[in-house]
Design a protein around this ligand. Structure first.
Ligand code: ADP
Length: 226
């Protein structure tokens, strides 16, 4: 689905040139659940941003369904992201002034059709949040907020979920709840690239990768705990 071919990503600032990703080759296959681990600053978020076409490589190629990202226009990349990819972040990134249902519906690319609303309500119901639809994010627990963020990410039936430390701010019980929802998406054929510090979270994946200073240092199958 996504192939990295000898990808480098450097960030140039006024004072320094940082090699965030160095010579990384990786195939993310359709239906795979990949966990990425590594210390802070090793390039995990940059890897997700590259996979989602949010940033472009400095060197090397990234292919999406065989098409090089560099040959896509910004509009094509954006449309691919909107249609095929869901994002989940450690800090949830919900809009505080919108209700829960509005926070999910907003991912429908501005289309608030009855169908989008129905899908949003279904997801929130599946995630145990039916009685919270008109609440605002500030009234929810961290675990509930992450479930809302996941519902928003899944609204458009993405093929790929890019998750950046989605359990990083959750207690073990809520973290397990979110991981179970990710596992369910994977069981239904979804592809996941999960950045995590937690061994337990990585235990849900088919394959575990480790990054160190922008380089892939370990890659292997992991035993599942499910
Ligand atoms: P991680 O997610 O593993 O913490 P990041 O991908 O966020 O790592 O960062 C990798 C390296 O790139 C770090 O040294 C970080 O300081 C640097 N970096 C990340 N984003 C930028 C940016 N926009 N400008 C400059 N340096 C950046």
């Amino acid at each position: 689905m996504i192939q990295f071919e000898r990808v480098h990503k450097n960030y140039r600032t006024a004072t320094r040139d940082v090699a965030a990703i160095s010579d990384l080759s990786l195939a993310i296959n359709e239906g795979e659940f990949i966990a990425v681990r590594g210390p802070s600053g090793c390039g995990k978020s940059t890897l997700l941003s590259l996979a989602g076409g949010l940033v472009l490589p400095t060197q090397g190629r990234i292919l999406i369904d065989g098409q090089p990202i560099s040959e896509m226009t910004a509009a094509e990349r954006s449309s691919f992201r909107g249609d095929k990819i869901g994002f989940v972040f450690q800090m949830f990134h919900l809009l505080p002034y919108l209700t829960i249902i509005e926070n999910v519906v907003v991912a429908g690319n501005g289309v608030t059709s009855a169908e989008v609303r129905e899908r949003a309500e279904q997801l929130l119901s599946d995630f145990g949040l039916t009685d919270r639809l008109t609440h605002r994010p500030g009234e929810l627990s961290a675990g509930e907020r992450q479930r809302v963020a996941l519902a928003r990410a899944l609204l458009n039936h993405p093929r790929l979920l890019l998750a950046d430390e989605p359990t990083g701010n959750l207690d073990p019980e809520n973290a397990s709840g979110v991981l179970e929802l990710l596992a369910h998406f994977h069981e239904q054929g979804g592809t996941i690239l999960l950045v995590t510090h937690h061994d337990r979270a990585a235990g849900y994946a088919d394959r575990s990768l480790a990054l160190d200073q922008g380089r892939l240092v370990e890659s292997g199958a992991v035993e599942t705990t499910t």
